[in-house]
Design a protein around this ligand. Structure first.
Ligand code: F6R
Length: 236
């Protein structure tokens, strides 16, 4: 485990963006596993700047995102598809056809989960997986539970996750979905590299995840078993 301490949020974003850009420079056809949420926003902003400055190109990159809300259309501003298009894909030279997210509007969620696992498999797995971490230790939307779930699955979001993310919905908890589709632990743990970014507000859960027992009650603790985990952690 490689822990990189950042002095502030900007430094964290800069360090994480450098690592992702380096991955793409070394392997232009990288498969990037991407995350949403507030933490990666600065990372994406820096990647956009790097691409505009011709320091890196995403033309040959393919991406798979961790998760999507159930019942939210891609065109809706609160969907993770919209977030990714708006905050990254529309502003870099990636081919939109090469960007994948689960379909939260699928009629059959089991079939959609199987399809998404197949997409990841067909891509040959993830080269670098970017992760944030929830206050309860979730990664993707792998919420605390009795056992680590390996494949893409439909998950009931916990109250704390719903409360944390309700701010993105105009009517708060009233509009906040209760279910999401999330990539499971297999592609995350099989990723060649994992890059976990966390702000100072995640101090306690980061300590639990990285220093406590490996348990599905703290889903991110499984990352202790990943051979190439880098954590960019912001101390303030
Ligand atoms: C998002 C995701 C989540 C977030 C986590 C932290 O795709 O998978 O695990 O990374 O909820 O979110 P923020 O960064 O908003 O604190």
């Amino acid at each position: 485990m490689n822990i990189i301490r950042a002095i502030d949020h900007e430094d964290m974003a800069c360090k994480a963006a450098n690592l992702i850009a380096a991955q793409v420079l070394i392997k232009p056809k990288s498969i990037l596993g991407l995350a949403t949420g507030s933490t990666p926003l600065g990372v994406y902003a820096r990647l956009i700047l790097k691409q505009r400055a011709a320091e890196v190109s995403f033309a040959a990159v393919k991406s798979v995102n961790l998760d999507e809300y159930c019942g939210i259309a891609a065109s809706d501003e609160t969907s993770y598809r919209y977030y990714m298009n708006h905050n990254l894909f529309d502003q870099i030279d990636i081919d939109p056809a090469n960007t994948y997210l689960p379909d939260g509007m699928a009629a059959d969620f089991d079939a959609e989960c199987a399809r998404y696992d197949h997409v990841i498999e067909e891509l040959g797995g993830v080269d670098l997986q970017l992760l944030g971490i929830g206050m309860n230790g979730h990664i993707g939307f792998n919420e605390p539970c009795d056992h680590f779930k390996m494949g893409t699955h439909c998950v009931q979001l916990t109250q704390s996750t719903r409360e944390a993310n309700a701010i993105y919905f105009s009517r708060g908890m009233e509009d906040m979905p209760s279910f999401a589709l999330t990539m499971g632990m297999r592609p995350i743990m099989q990723a060649k590299r994992v890059l976990l970014v966390a702000g100072a507000n995640k101090k306690e859960v980061i300590a639990q995840a990285l220093e406590g027992p490996v348990t599905p009650r703290v889903p991110a603790s499984i990352l202790q078993l990943h051979p190439r985990l880098t954590v960019v952690y912001c101390e303030q």
